[in-house]
Design a protein around this ligand. Structure first.
Ligand code: PLP
Length: 374
């Protein structure tokens, strides 16, 4: 039987047993968090406890957390809720940012995928305080970390608001609301071991924000709709766990580095995107000459290894990555790139098995480069 190796933690990461138990506990209870009776108050208490845990993970206060139905919704809420402003977003943002409003001007990034801060500052001075800057904390495809605190400082000098999509960064690096100095920050539960379909927007309460979903007055009138109590409880449990799991990240980085050096031993000229700048410790995005991304994903899957081609967030459709395009990566490398994202539970043995499978595939496609390895 083929062994299953899950190397796609940036797409979604498994729900921990304690989180599943917390969700099951919440599902077993009846109660709408808006009801005033005993069952309703119990549901409300569970929501508020989860809010405290999520707030604590990012160093914000519970009142700043607005629960949403996903990270996508959090991004949409802030971009459409402040849409009277001119939006400047980096060209490597997730689609849930780039597609969230019509008035988005994309800002260039360099060859490593880091936003051109000087170009951003120049546009901010033209816009005279009427802008919202949206720059992700870490990229989902390459793991490249953006200089968000510096961007926030510059944006403030120009009177602009700042949003960061911290969906991928959360649980992988320290994410601190105060250090970042932003006005809005998007989070998603399922990237930190919580359930899918729950997110949060952390807000600066003083800034007016139009709600996206209209109806009841839930989430202090910022997000209508009966709260997803089990999902929110799961998010809270995952946030609590994420604070402890952060200690493990050095081990995950050792695995990632071992994987990259193993591949480099086979093919010294392998392109690893964003390699020379700060990256998430669990992520690598690299090319294999002469094997398309889709073929690699399928062939690895046949050997039990799950990786992804660029962003896995677009319902399985494989298309040229807008992230690599924005980085000016030539077609030959962009069309042969895969993302490997490690997480809790991965082992050195799995990494070595992956490297040996990579070697086989590489040797088959590049017989003159690696004779006898297939
Ligand atoms: N932002 C980034 C950077 C992501 O990687 C993703 C999902 O992969 C999202 C936002 C969307 O989050 P969700 O899956 O909760 O909608």
């Amino acid at each position: 039987m083929t062994r299953a190796i899950y190397f796609d933690h940036n797409a979604t990461t498994p729900v921990a047993a304690t989180v599943a138990d917390a969700i099951a506990g919440a599902l077993a209870l009846t109660g709408n968090a808006s009801s005033v009776h005993t069952a309703g108050r119990r549901a409300r208490q569970m929501v508020e406890e989860a809010r405290e845990k999520v707030a604590e993970l990012v160093g914000a206060s519970p009142a700043q957390i607005v629960f949403t139905g996903s990270g996508t919704e959090a991004n949409n809420l802030v971009l459409s809720g402040t849409a009277s402003r001119h939006i400047l977003a980096s060209a490597v943002e997730h689609d849930s940012v780039l597609a969230a409003a019509d008035n988005i001007e994309q800002m260039p990034v360099d060859g490593d995928g880091v936003i051109d801060v000087a170009a951003l500052a120049a546009r901010l001075s033209d816009l005279d305080g009427q802008a919202l800057v949206s720059v992700m904390l870490a990229n989902n495809e390459t793991g490249v970390i953006e200089p968000v605190a510096e961007i926030a400082r510059i944006a403030k000098e120009h009177g602009a608001l700042v949003h960061t999509d911290a969906v991928q960064a959360l649980g992988k690096i320290n994410v601190d609301w105060t250090d970042l100095g932003v006005d809005f920050m998007s989070l998603s539960a399922h990237k930190i071991g919580g359930p899918q379909g729950v997110g949060a927007l952390v807000i600066n309460e003083e800034i007016p924000l139009q709600s996206l979903i209209k109806g009841g007055g839930q989430e202090r009138s910022r997000r209508a709709g009966t709260e997803n109590v089990p999902g929110i409880v799961g998010f809270g449990a995952a946030a609590k766990l994420a604070a402890t799991n952060l200690d493990e990240i050095e081990e995950i980085k050792t695995l990632r580095d071992h994987l990259e050096s193993g591949i480099r031993t086979i093919a010294p000229d392998t392109v690893v995107f964003g390699e020379s700048v700060d990256r998430l410790p669990n992520t690598t995005c690299l090319s294999m000459p002469n094997v398309s991304s889709e073929t690699q994903v399928m062939k690895f899957d046949l050997t039990g290894i799950m990786v992804s081609a660029g962003s896995a967030c677009s319902s399985g459709k494989v298309q040229a990555s807008h992230v690599l395009k924005a980085m000016d990566v030539v077609e030959e490398f962009a069309s042969t790139a895969i993302r490997i994202s490690l997480g809790h539970g991965n082992t050195m043995d799995e990494v070595e098995h992956f490297v040996s499978q990579w070697r086989k595939m590489y040797a088959q496609a590049n017989p003159n480069k690696l004779k006898g390895a297939a």
